[in-house]
Structure formats: structure tokens, C-alpha cells
Design a protein around this ligand. Structure first.
Ligand SMILES: Nc1ncnc2c1ncn2[C@@H]1O[C@H](COP(=O)(O)OP(=O)(O)OP(=O)(O)O)[C@@H](O)[C@H]1O
Ligand SMILES: [Mg+2]
Length: 376
């Protein structure tokens, strides 16, 4: 039997707020999204009341999970500040976001067992962020680290495709999700939880809850590094995500064109605003090596990202050429670092991974984050 919103609301009749009012009548409930055996909604409460509401959230999740036809249920608590409370959002150019979060650094909790979480981000879509994230994760794995990868790209989750994952994660004990293992990586994707048909209007407000659950209710095990493939751009959704994930650092991917570089600068600036150290910039599609004659052409004017990194005072991590093998392998779920480990591209990604590891050591040792001199 297909589960509907009405079934969910009926089941929630039995769930009460801490004050004893049926949850559906408290005004705290978001839109309920139900379909294909999956149910999502959030409960928005005052930040100060979160503790009291957590059992309500749990109970709501339990009753929904128990409904016939429900394969997974995701219920999140979203904290709302009281009017007049000190702003949790960064001051500059900030507008009300899709979700409100705590400022970084104070209340943001790490994920138990995970040593470092790093974001791979870009100011602009389509620059090869996901391809870089996957190959960087594999490169870190090749250095002997235990690595996980989390696909947080709400606009277009890529890991199911880039890692050829068709199966759904299983639940453990009905509550926690078991990640998928691929090429030695521990993998979780928002694509496993959100259907492509799910409308964007829903994705915005729900993303933080889905993200929190992917961080905290997945059996990540012990990891040295978790690489997070972020949604492209520097809008509110991205900023909020950068605030919500306990990041040790961020890697910015850019192509060498001027326009992409402006976006990359915004990316650097966004992480600066939320006090996440920028571990460096990768120039993707940096140059073209002709597969038949070996001639190199700098079709996009190569070197721009390196210069931009220098200008911004952040490390430059490396250049990845535009190459058919990278595209074909990547899109076929056969990332080069795993499937052509002796090839030139795998070496490039491993070098980038080595630099990222060095930068992380610097962050761990408490060295000051790279100084960023330019605002977007
Ligand atoms: N160095 C490269 N050489 C050739 N093709 C590449 C390279 N890097 C990425 N691509 C290809 O470019 C396309 C976009 O890459 P990818 O999906 O990694 O970008 P993205 O920044 O994550 O995009 P989105 O913003 O949509 O998430 C893919 O088809 C990918 O295979
Ligand atoms: Mg992507």
C-alpha cells in the first residue's frame, strides 16, 4: 500500500508536543512529503526547547516508520531563534535562509569516529566538483587513510552515478542507515533518500534535516576523512550547510575561466565567513592534452585558478586536465583513481590528496587558517 500524507497525519494524531498538544496542531510541523515508501517532514521549534522536543521527534519517526508501506522516514527538528535573539547568521549580505542554524564553532558537534570532515565546493555548477570529490576521496584512500564520502548535493546528487550505486542503504535496527561500500570508500548520498522527482520547493527547507541525519544517523564507522560533495553555489542553502556540518576545511574547485574564478572567490569568501579554513583550490579542466598527438592546449586560458589562489592567499592544490578518460570513466561509475591507478590522472589526484592531507595536518596542529585577503 502506498503511503500518503493523510496516512502520516493520521498517525501523528497520537504524537503529542511536550505541552501535551497533538503535534499536527502545534503549528510546528512542516509540509509532510510522502511518496515511494519514503516520508519526510520537520518540526520547527525554539532553539531553547530542542531538548524537550527530541523525544517528540523520535516518537513521530517511530509511528511513521510503523505505517504499512513506509520504507524510510526522516523527521528533523529545526531550531528557530526567538525574534530579537542574537543573530546566528553571518552579518554580510545575509538574507533569511531556508533553515536557521547555530553559528559554527560553538555548538557544532563532530561526528563520532570521524576524524576530519572536508567539503569539496565550487561557486558554480558543472566545474567538476563531484568528479574531483570522488577522485580526491579515492586519492586519500590510496595514501592509506580510511575515507568516506557524503553526497550533500541536493540539486543533483551525483554519487549514485559516479560510483555506479544502484542499491539502497539498509537500515540497522530500524533507525540507523548502513552506508554503501564502493572502491574502499564508505558512501552515503542524499540521492539515496531524495527522489529526483522531489520538487525543489521541498528540498530547500528539508535539506538541513536530511543532512543532519546523513551525518549522525549513518553508521560511518571509524574514518580518517569524510569528503562532502557540496551543492554548487554560494547561496543561503550552501551557507547554511557550511554552518551545519562540522568542517575541518574546504577544497574549492574551479575551472580557469574568469567567470568561474569570480565564483570560486565567492566560495572562498563563503567559507571564510563561517570560519572554515580553505585547504586550497583545484583547477579542473585546466588544459587539454590531445590523446592522439600529445599536444597540450590551454583552451580555457590555464593557470587562472593558481593565480587566484595566490591572490586570495590560499594554497593551490593542483591542476587536473580536461580529458575524455576522466569524463567517460567518471560518468560510467569507474573513477580513474580506482580503475586506472597507474595512469597519469590517478597520479594527479593522489598528489592533490597528499596536499590536502598536509593542509589538514596544519589545521589539526592549530596553525592559523590561510589568510584570505579578498572579499567577493
Ligand atoms: N577533468 C575533467 N576532464 C573531462 N571531463 C570532466 C573533468 N572533470 C569533470 N568532467 C566532466 O564534466 C561533467 C561535470 O562534472 P561534475 O559532475 O563532476 O561537476 P559538478 O561541478 O559536480 O557539477 P554539478 O554542479 O552539476 O554538481 C561530468 O560529465 C564530468 O565527467
Ligand atoms: Mg556535482
Amino acid at each position: 500500500m502506498a503511503v500518503t500524507k493523510e496516512h502520516v497525519l493520521a498517525a501523528l494524531e497520537g504524537v503529542e508536543s511536550p505541552q501535551g498538544m497533538p503535534l499536527a496542531r502545534t503549528g510546528a510541523l512542516s509540509e509532510v512529503v510522502a511518496g515511494d515508501g519514503k516520508v519526510f517532514f520537520s518540526i520547527t521549534v525554539d532553539a531553547a526547547d530542542v531538548k524537550a522536543w527530541e523525544p517528540v521527534r523520535k516518537r513521530a519517526e517511530e509511528v511513521v516508520r510503523a505505517l504499512p508501506g513506509v520504507r524510510s522516514a526522516l523527521v528533523a527538528l529545526t531550531a528557530e531563534r526567538k525574534a530579537g535573539a542574537p543573530s546566528a547568521r553571518p552579518p554580510q549580505g545575509a538574507r533569511p535562509g531556508p533553515a536557521r542554524g547555530a553559528p559554527r564553532g560553538e555548538s557544532i558537534q563532530g561526528v563520532p569516529g570521524v576524524e576530519a570532515i572536508i567539503a569539496v565546493a565550487s561557486g558554480k555548477g558543472g566545474v567538476g566538483k563531484s568528479t574531483t570529490a570522488v577522485n580526491l576521496a579515492l586519492g586519500l584512500g590510496a595514501l592509506g587513510l580510511k575515507v568516506g564520502i557524503l553526497d550533500a548535493d541536493i540539486y543533483g546528487p551525483s554519487l549514485p552515478k559516479l560510483l555506479a550505486i544502484k542499491e539502497r542503504p539498509q537500515t540497522i535496527g530500524g533507525t540507523r542507515l548502513k552506508p554503501i561500500m564502493r572502491y574502499g570508500l564508505t558512501v552515503m548520498s542524499i540521492g539515496f533518500l531524495i527522489d529526483e522527482e522531489t520538487p525543489m520547493i521541498w528540498r530547500g527547507p528539508m535539506v538541513i534535516s536530511a543532512l543532519t541525519q546523513m551525518l549522525r544517523e549513518v553508521e560511518w564507522g571509524t574514518l580518517d576523512v569524510m569528503v562532502v560533495d557540496m551543492p554548487p553555489g554560494t547561496g543561503d542553502a550552501q551557507l547554511t550547510m557550511a554552518q551545519q556540518v562540522p568542517l575541518k576545511g574546504a577544497v574549492i574547485v574551479s575551472t580557469p575561466q574568469d567567470l568561474a574564478l569570480i565564483d570560486a572567490r565567492r566560495g572562498v569568501s563563503m567559507f571564510k565567513r563561517v570560519n572554515v579554513p580553505v585547504l586550497g583550490v583545484v583547477e579542473n579542466m585546466s588544459y587539454f592534452l590531445c590523446p592522439s598527438c600529445g599536444t597540450r592546449s590551454d583552451i580555457f586560458g590555464h593557470g587562472g585558478a593558481r593565480r587566484e589562489a595566490e591572490r586570495l592567499g590560499v594554497p593551490f592544490l593542483g591542476e587536473v586536465p580536461l580529458h575524455m578518460a576522466i569524463r567517460e570513466k567518471s560518468d560510467a561509475g569507474l573513477p580513474v583513481v580506482a580503475t586506472e591507478p597507474d595512469g597519469p590522472h590517478a597520479q594527479i589526484y593522489r598528489d592533490i590528496a597528499g596536499k590536502v592531507r598536509e593542509q589538514l595536518k596544519g589545521v589539526n596542529a592549530g596553525r592559523a587558517a590561510p589568510k584570505i585577503v579578498i572579499e567577493a
